[in-house]
Design a protein around this ligand. Sequence first.
Ligand code: ACO
Length: 311
Amino acid sequence: EPTAEQQHFEHLISEDSRVEPRDWMPEAYRKSLTRQVSQHAHSEIIGMQPEANWITRAPSLKRKAVLMAKVQDEAGHGLYLYSAAETLGTPRSVLNEQLLSGKAKYSSIFNYPARTWADMGAIGWLVDGAAICNQVPLCRASYGPYGRAMVRICKEESFHQRQGWEILYELSHGTEAQKQMAQDAVNRFYGPALQMFGPPDADSPNSQQSMQWNIKRFSNDELRQRFVDMIVPQAEALGLTLPDPDLKWNEARGHYDYGQLDWNEFMSVIKGSGPCNVQRMKRRREAHANGAWVREAAEAYAQRQARQAAE
Ligand code: ACO
């Protein structure tokens, strides 16, 4: 016999309603959400690094201001997401420790280097574009704090995608060398951006349960297909090609077919052997250590406030 609490949870899910922090929830639901939301938060924070790398070298004051705003937005996304994750019961210090110790994952895509200015364009267009495709359905995730955080994040991601598109558009309509730089960036980021959606459905251990719980609304392959269908005409408008000889319209399916992705590479990147994993983690540990005084000061301030309130 399910308890009244269990029935309430099942009812919320079957009504496509929202689960809030005060509600009873199965331990497995709590655990899987903590996993997904914290990995998502870590990705936003680690994702600041490839772009921060270009702030000092942006080609104009305007580009620099835009890029700085974008990188700050990513920090904000990390903060909303850590806050949403904390409502599930695990403190941020613990989540952070899981990242620093290498136990928690973060998105594969941020383990690739940003080599040229055009990479800022490709990251905005393809990486943030993939992020939007994946995250818009998460605005309806059954867990309230996560879904609400995603609404604002998606609005900001749309701006990020537009700024990436605009960088690539200018480069692809510039000199021959600029156009080549844009094409080279797209060549390097296309495959890894498609892999952001996660392993193929048959190899995705979490999807089925997450979909039953209304956390995920579409499978990894469904969202990947949606993304491919979206970027093909956009690439044409940019005058750039997508580096996949198997990419072609399939009239019967009403979708673009695309070629096999390199899943061995993906597995090796998420296991820590991508081109920049070591560098990204080293930088994050340094930043955390350098921020110790801020955490200590905030803690001392909070304690003083609490003492004064008690007096
Ligand atoms: N990079 C790193 N790890 C990944 C990736 C990826 N691109 N895709 C899947 N994985 C991991 C999963 O986290 C899972 O590992 P775990 O069980 O140890 O947690 C494993 O591979 C198997 O994958 P799935 O069973 O498909 O996992 P899940 O159902 O959680 O789906 C997905 C993965 C699609 C990434 C989902 O967690 C999600 O939508 N997350 C929110 C979005 C997000 O995190 N975006 C971050 C990048 S976008 C940005 O920050 C700009």
